[in-house]
Design a protein around this ligand. Structure first.
Ligand code: NAD
Length: 443
């Protein structure tokens, strides 16, 4: 039986969730620290703050968003009043990754609940402390048959995928995204896939280099580079490359006070497997900065790599760690050659003061989302739909868009009975001319 909820009930439980998150904030920080030494500042900025602000926005607007929307009728339906109802899909499965384990599990949950769905949430097994805490918070706030957390890894997810769902929302890798899409297809279940990609960051000769370096270092090394929208590699105009590299080195030193491994502001790689994978990418590459590592807590220093080949391991797939390849270019054709070498990326960044170059690049390349003269911050505006395109994802969410995503938009025409225009009914003899004239006038 589906757990049906009124708007008042949804609002009440979302408010309860908000209070519970505020109450458990210290524990959330601790869990994230235990999982991969996430600094408290980043835990607030990139995890709890996002969820709290989405909750506040949703609670404030839920009545308005959930209300049937009246739209203009058209000639064929005249006289009528036309509405769009937001109907909950029903049973929603949310599968979350480890890199922002609190935020990426809870953000879709807020909207799925707001839209009236029953939810099963599967957090990542790679962040066990956060996963356990999510389960505790959800248990405190929601009725068991309304929202449930299933902890576990691949086998638990497979069991969940074998069931029938009305909607699946997945955030994770492209490879697992394909498994999810296949499982969903069995029951024609609609899916949102929030995936990854190889995000280019282009810096041309007109850019403010010092500022670009600061913003690139922030966007790349936040969360130790384990961010789906982090710049994956730099494409730098040859003329300004040496200067940019100097600025990048200075900014890394400034951010982590020169003692990166001891800095409280720099997290660790999630596990040994990923730590080894990342170090393996550095094999045979020319390191301009960094490269140090420590197996005891899976530390990898912010690392700059010079001119890797396009067919090298480091340029093969998404890096997802604190390693930044720097590739120079001389012409737009050379930028194209690199960008087109990959599937459509989740993000693309440009540092430039050349408005025409920026505009042309937005139009030329297909990518999920992006920024001009900054990194990552497109994620923060709930008015901007967030998602990928092609292999970087299907669908987008955040704010009102998320509410709509978790609702079937059900159109209803309420036809008047006081008038019945007979034009559409057979026999059609002699009516086509009138129909064409009318449709031409009113289209
Ligand atoms: P992942 O695909 O390995 O895991 C994601 C989820 O899928 C986890 O809950 C995991 O338990 C489950 N899973 C893993 N293997 C599975 C399998 N074989 N069958 C069924 N379920 C399985 O991803 P990850 O390592 O947790 O996260 C990193 C990836 O996620 C990166 O590629 C990154 O770009 C992407 N990502 C995307 C976004 C976005 O918003 N687009 C956000 C964060 C991360």
């Amino acid at each position: 039986m589906l757990f049906k909820t009124s708007i008042t009930y949804r609002k009440k439980t979302l408010l309860k969730l908000l209070i519970a998150i505020e109450k458990h904030e210290e524990e959330i920080n601790q869990a994230l620290y235990n999982d991969f030494k996430k600094p408290e500042f980043e835990s607030y900025l990139t995890e709890t703050y996002f969820v709290l602000s989405e909750l506040k926005l949703t609670i404030k607007n839920i009545n308005k968003w959930a209300k049937p929307k009246m739209v203009f009728p058209n000639l064929v339906n005249f006289p009528s009043t036309d509405f769009v109802y937001s109907e909950p899909y029903g049973k929603v499965l949310i599968i979350a990754p480890w890199n922002y384990p609190f935020h990426l599990a809870l953000l879709p949950l807020v909207s799925a609940v707001a839209a009236g769905n029953q939810v099963v949430l599967k957090p990542s097994e790679l962040t066990p402390a956060t996963s356990k805490l999510i389960s505790k918070i959800v248990g405190e706030v929601f009725e068991k048959n309304h929202v449930k957390v299933v902890e576990g890894g691949i086998s638990e997810t497979e069991k969940l995928l074998a069931q029938r769902w009305d909607y699946i929302f997945f955030t994770g890798s492209v490879a697992v995204g394909k498994i999810i899409a296949k499982a969903a297809a069995e029951n024609l279940t609609p899916v949102t896939l929030e995936l990854g990609g190889k995000n280019p960051c282009i810096i041309d000769e007109t850019a403010n280099l010092k500022l670009a370096a600061k913003r690139i270092v922030w966007g790349k090394f936040l969360n130790a580079g384990q961010t789906c929208i982090a710049p994956d590699y730099l494409l730098v105009h040859q003329k300004i490359k040496p200067q940019l590299i100097e600025y990048l080195k200075k900014e890394i030193a400034l951010a982590y006070s020169g003692k990166i491994e001891n800095s409280e502001d720099y997290p660790r790689i999630i596990n040994e497997k990923n730590w080894k994978r990342l170090l393996d990418l550095l094999e045979g590459e020319k390191i301009l900065f960094g490269g140090k590592s420590n197996p005891t807590d899976f530390y990898i220093e912010p690392t700059l790599v010079d001119e890797p080949k396009l067919n090298s391991k480091i340029m093969e797939g998404e890096i997802f760690g604190p390693i930044l390849p720097i590739i120079s270019y001389n012409s737009e054709k050379e930028i194209e050659k690199v960008v087109y070498n990959y599937e459509k990326s989740l993000a693309l960044y440009m540092f430039t003061n050349n408005k025409i170059f920026a505009k042309n690049s937005i139009l030329k390349y297909s990518f999920g989302n992006g920024c001009i003269n900054d990194t990552l911050i497109q994620f923060a505006n709930h008015r901007l739909p967030f998602g990928g395109v092609g292999h970087s994802g299907i669908g987008s969410y955040h704010g009102k868009k998320s509410f709509e995503l978790f609702s079937h938009q059900k159109p209803i025409v309420k036809k008047a009975t006081w008038l019945d225009i007979t034009l559409r009914y057979a026999p059609y003899n002699g009516k086509l001319k009138i129909l064409k004239r009318l449709t031409n006038w009113f289209s």
